[in-house]
Structure formats: C-alpha cells, structure tokens
Ligand binder design. Structure first.
Ligand SMILES: Cc1ncc(C[n+]2csc(CCOP(=O)(O)OP(=O)(O)O)c2C)c(N)n1
Length: 341
C-alpha cells in the first residue's frame, strides 16, 4: 500500500485560530510554552545520556508530542489522576513530577521512584496523582477506568485521564476498558495519540475504520478529533471532555493527530518512515509553531524566550547533577518490594 494514502486526511480535526488564542490569559499561554520547552529539554538530555551509554535501559522519546501532553494535562486540576504512557513526559512534568525523579529512574538510582527496577519512564507517584505506565499496551485503560469508578463511588469530583497510541488501541483492553467506562458513565478521558506509526507499522495496516475516533460510537460515548500539534486546541477539547466528565456525562475518546518524530525508541533509526513525512511534520513542530503564534500576538519576544530557555537549561543541569549524585541501586535488593510481604 502506498505511504501516501493517509487515513486521517480529512480536515475535521479541530485547530485553533488567532481569535481563540486571544481568549486566553497571556500567563497561561506562556506556561504552556514553558512546559513544552521543559519537556523538549529534558527529553533531549535523556536522549544524549542514552547515546553516551549512561542509561541502564531504553529511551522512548516524546519529541514532537510535547504539546499534546502539556495541553491535555493543563485541562486538569492537580487532584485529577493521570496515567501517562511512554510519550507523555510532558504530562508528568505538567502534573508536578520533578525532573530529577525522571532522571533518577533512567539512571537506576537507589532512591529513584522504582529504585532501579525500571530503567526508563515506567513509574508513577501517588503523591503527584500519577499512575505508572503499564508496558502491556492498553492495560492502563481498564485500570484508569477503575480509578474513575473509585471517584464515582466516593462521590469525589475528580477525573481520570490516560493516553494510548494508535497501535495500542487495537488491543482488547482498549475496548473492554472503554466499554466499561461508557456503561458506567465514568469520569474518564482517553486521548488516542495517532502518531502515524506503531513501531514500524503505519496506520493503514492497523484499522480498516475511517479514523480512530469513530470507535467511540460503538461504546455510546462522546468523541472528538484534534490537531495534536496545536497545543491550545488539545487543551480546549480536553477541557470540554473533562467538564463533561465532571458533569456526569461520562467518558470521551479524543483522537489527536500527530507524528512520532523519533524511532520507537532511540535504538530504532526509523528508516521505514519516508523522510518527506518527517519534513512535513517538522514544519508543524508544536513548540516552534506555538512560539510563532505567541510572537505574533506579542506575548513572546526574544527577551522572554531567552529567559525561559536560560531557566529551563539551568533546571535541566541542576536536576541532572542531582540525579547523578544519588547512589546507584544495589542489585542485592533487586526483588525487595516486588512481592507483598
Ligand atoms: C499488548 C502488547 N503488545 C505488544 C507490545 C510491544 N509494543 C510495545 S510499544 C509497541 C508499539 C506501540 O505503538 P503505539 O501504540 O502506536 O504507540 P507509539 O509507540 O507509536 O507512541 C508495541 C507493539 C506491548 N508492549 N504490549
């Protein structure tokens, strides 16, 4: 099948205009920008550490998907619970996870969140209302539906949100979890990151459906489609979904169209992706395009951009140093806490 036949080519994916931008507070917009820059900077540092042989396991990049993570998480309150997957570094940072916690995990530190048992991004923090990613694709969906059910049972005004890839959405747990959430009208939001590839499999080989959002209809739940690199549009559709969830109207499936700008992990050179696709999506880079819009709206200028860059650079340096200063995990304690006593 030719790689030009893109499934999601229709223009029904929501995006925002300059008028939409003006409806928002400048401080809020700069906050989105700053968190995307933080995500890119940390992601870039982790990629470099991997290439220097400093990490203990793999490295999965969020590059190109920063706006999707930051924009969607910005629609939540801090007491809402998120379940990030491997491309959601931006969600973790936006929800309050300190950079050093991420780095300590990647570096296998004894006092990192998994104490060296996982060497990448598979950790959570109940203190920050973050549930750990589950490696088995889509398994987090029934888990997060369960989190949403607990809110309903305890009459807590909170929402559970998680993300899934286009590939992960073909696994049974996706359907079971979403059906369960629909039947019980759970305060649950699922964002499907259609980043064009599941490892080396393009989306044409993943589903015969016209898009991914239409699957919601089968479960009687709301859906929307959004340009995943338009951070503000992602924020707005997620906000609507979160409000529906809080109002008792049940779950929403959001399909966000984006592009995975690296291989599956950094060891994968992604040679199977046509260069033109990377070139096309590079022009839609979520940070560069948002910066451009903020500049046009006179919210961002060289001085503010430099200040943010300098602060973020200092944060990454300081947090990396902190993580390196921690003791490495001792293999003698490898299976401590793996099983309940
Ligand atoms: C149930 C299950 N099957 C297979 C895998 C192996 N696997 C890990 S990631 C991946 C591709 C995921 O693609 P997608 O969901 O589109 O997310 P992306 O990596 O593109 O962000 C596969 C097949 C797995 N982790 N779990």
């Amino acid at each position: 099948m030719p790689r030009t036949s893109r499934k999601s080519s229709e223009a029904s994916f929501r995006s925002t205009t300059e008028a939409d931008l003006k409806r928002h507070d400048a401080g809020f917009l700069l906050g989105l920008y700053r968190d995307m820059v933080r995500t890119r900077a940390l992601d870039t540092r982790i990629e470099a550490l991997y290439k220097q042989g400093k990490l203990v396991a793999g490295c999965y990049s969020s590059r190109g998907q920063e706006g999707l993570s930051v924009g969607s998480t910005a629609a939540l309150r801090k007491d809402d619970v998120i379940g990030p997957m491997i491309r959601n570094l931006g969600s973790m940072l936006r929800h309050g996870i300190p950079m050093t916690m991420v780095l300590r995990n990647y570096l296998g530190r004894a006092n990192g969140p998994t104490k060296g048992r996982d060497g990448s991004s598979h950790f959570g923090s109940l203190e920050h209302n973050v549930i750990a990613p589950i490696s088995m694709l889509a398994s987090l969906i029934p888990v997060m539906s369960g989190v949403a059910l607990s809110f309903l049972m305890r009459k807590e005004d909170r929402v559970a949100l998680t993300w899934i890839g286009d590939g992960g959405s073909n696994v049974g747990d996706f359907h079971e979890g979403l059906n369960f959430a629909g039947v019980l009208k759970l305060p649950f939001v699922l964002i499907l990151e259609n980043n064009q590839y599941a490892y080396s499999t393009p989306i044409e080989y993943q589903t015969a459906a016209k898009d991914f959002a239409c699957r919601a209809e089968g479960y009687g739940i709301a859906s929307s489609k959004v340009e995943g690199n338009d951070t503000l549009a992602v924020y707005e559709v997620t906000k609507e979904a979160v409000e529906r969830a809080r109002g008792g109207a049940g779950p929403t499936l959001i399909e966000a169209r984006t592009m995975r700008m690296r291989g599956h992990a950094i060891h994968d050179d992604a040679k199977y992706v046509p260069q033109e696709m990377f070139d096309e999506w590079e022009k839609k880079d979520p940070i560069a395009t948002f910066a451009e819009r903020l500049r046009k709206a006179k919210i961002l200028d060289d001085k503010i951009a430099k200040r943010i860059d300098d602060e973020v650079k200092a944060e990454v340096e300081e947090q990396t140093e902190d993580a390196f200063a921690q003791p490495p995990a001792d293999p003698a304690h490898e299976i401590d806490e793996v099983y309940a006593p």
